[in-house]
Design a protein around this ligand. Sequence first.
Ligand SMILES: Cc1cc2nc3c(=O)[nH]c(=O)nc-3n(C[C@H](O)[C@H](O)[C@H](O)COP(=O)(O)O)c2cc1C
Length: 220
Amino acid sequence: MEAIECIKTRMSIRKFRHDPVSKNILTEIINTAQWSPSYKNSQTWEVVIVSGKKKEELSNLLVRLLEEGKTPEPDIPEALSWPPDIEERINEHMKKRGALLGVDLNSPEIKKKSKAANFRFYGAPHGIFLFHDSVLNEWSIFNAGLFAQSLMLAAHAHGLGAVPQAFLTDYSREVKQFLGIPDSKRLVLGISIGYPDTENAINTYRTTRVETDKILRWVE
Ligand SMILES: Cc1cc2nc3c(=O)[nH]c(=O)nc-3n(C[C@H](O)[C@H](O)[C@H](O)COP(=O)(O)O)c2cc1C
């Protein structure tokens, strides 16, 4: 697939077929993502892929913590407020997605259901977790972002779907404990990956972008 087409047609996939992706393809995708740039070629990313029975057990654990009302403690804190123009953009996105699904995404009941769907990896056969050493600073989070985008583009080029999920970091400590990752690591992001279920309405939602001249300024 041509690079620009790949970037412009990638979208977050939130419903997957059950069939697993071969280890060869997943390894190829991770290897491709390793060619992302990083600060001084530090390559700070570390990756865990969870599948099968272990993925089900992890989902059950996360859903149980949600049901118990445990307060999320992600390694990277959730943003508590946004500048007004960005908040308006987020609200519009939530309204449009909710309208497509016929629900109010801001209602506490739907929010909980939506979190549980995140914790079930939206039905994907694999969950990918990105970590790095927690002594590392913001530039390594930047590295992880580049790695995540390369990974999702490579997945798309292989006919796979993926979605980046901050929610999968809600219970960072428990996820690390479950995966056998030391608490000295920072859990940066979770990504569900698999073959997209193209029949499901949730995957027909296409987000928009602001006009380029709103975010671009020329100085010459
Ligand atoms: C850092 C980050 C965290 C995200 N967290 C979640 C998440 O927890 N759950 C989810 O369903 N989508 C999540 N998303 C996906 C965004 O909602 C999505 O990228 C955005 O709406 C643009 O849509 P697109 O990916 O289809 O282009 C996240 C995206 C990013 C970059």
